[in-house]
Design a protein around this ligand. Structure first.
Ligand code: KIV
Length: 279
């Protein structure tokens, strides 16, 4: 099976076909989401909080992303795998950014990279695309700028901010980006941006009008108790409870000796030497 092409996403937008993107950070999660049929997997720097326990994405490094990207690529055959460019891997200068983005494809096996920012990163996006590196943009509440924003606040709430979102999105499209994530902006602002682009928008906390949606694996599967507090996330399962219940049952069965049973044990072969059976 060959991987989907990034160009499919634009075709889907033109046909009005919506698509889902999900984050994955390891072999089992990537296998499961691909088996479920997701066409785009993001190895997001959200791994900083959901895998590594940081408070934000700021501490995530190139090595962190590469470490988690490789098993995701090994686990999948069909999905487009997008690697997030972590904080400070592309902001300092264009040459470092090109080298770092190149590592995501060459060492990590990613199909594409994602980076945050609007018109000011457009020249970099163009340089990456010219170097053969497909780029997904990311606008709105860009988590690497959380300290600049002063928290996880809804962006694009004024006419001027919406106009900036539209011009930033156009700049990314003109620079050659193949899709743009819109995070935590009003639904009406996301609709305006979506209507003005030929490339797809992928929303998270950006309402129903985007061409695609993205959810964080741990949020949509209810692995942590705080998922329910996140307005942009929908819990499609409560796996945290399922896992805790399963582990509690295992502990109890070990304690009362109801596990393992014969079913999980191995018999001595009938031809075992008699001296061994006397030991
Ligand atoms: O890192 C991430 O998971 C993301 C998505 C929330 C878009 O950037």
């Amino acid at each position: 099976m060959s991987r989907l092409s990034i160009h499919k996403l634009k075709e889907w937008k033109a046909r009005g076909e919506r698509f889902a993107m999900i984050t994955a950070y390891d072999y089992p999660s990537a296998r499961l989401v691909e088996q479920a049929g997701v066409p785009v997997i993001l190895v997001g720097d959200s791994l900083g909080s959901v895998i590594l326990g940081y408070e934000s994405t700021v501490p995530v490094t190139m090595e962190d992303i590469l470490h988690h990207l490789k098993p995701v690529v090994r686990a999948t055959e069909r999905a487009i795998v997008v690697a997030d460019m972590p904080f400070m891997s592309y902001q300092a200068n264009v040459d470092d950014a090109v080298r770092n983005a190149g590592r995501m494809l060459q060492e990590g096996g990613a199909t594409a990279v994602k980076l945050e920012g609007g018109a000011h990163v457009a020249p970099l996006v163009q340089r990456l695309v010219e170097s053969g590196i497909p780029v997904m943009g990311h606008l709105g509440l860009t988590p690497q700028s959380v300290n600049q924003f002063g928290g996880h606040k809804v962006q694009g709430k004024t006419p001027a901010a919406v106009a900036k979102l539209v011009s930033d999105a156009k700049a990314l499209e003109d620079a050659g980006a193949f899709a743009v994530v819109l995070e935590t902006i009003p639904a009406a602002a996301a609709q305006l941006v979506t209507d003005r682009l030929a490339i797809p928008t992928i929303g998270i906390g950006a309402g129903p009008h985007c061409d695609g949606q993205v959810q964080v694996f741990h949020d949509m599967l209810g692995l942590f108790d705080d998922c329910r507090k996140k307005k942009h996330a929908k819990e499609y399962a409560r796996l945290g409870e399922t896992i805790r219940d399963a582990v509690r049952t295992y502990i109890a069965e070990v304690q009362d000796a109801s596990f393992p049973t014969q079913e999980h044990s191995f018999e001595m072969p009938e031809c075992a030497p008699p001296e061994l059976s006397r030991v």
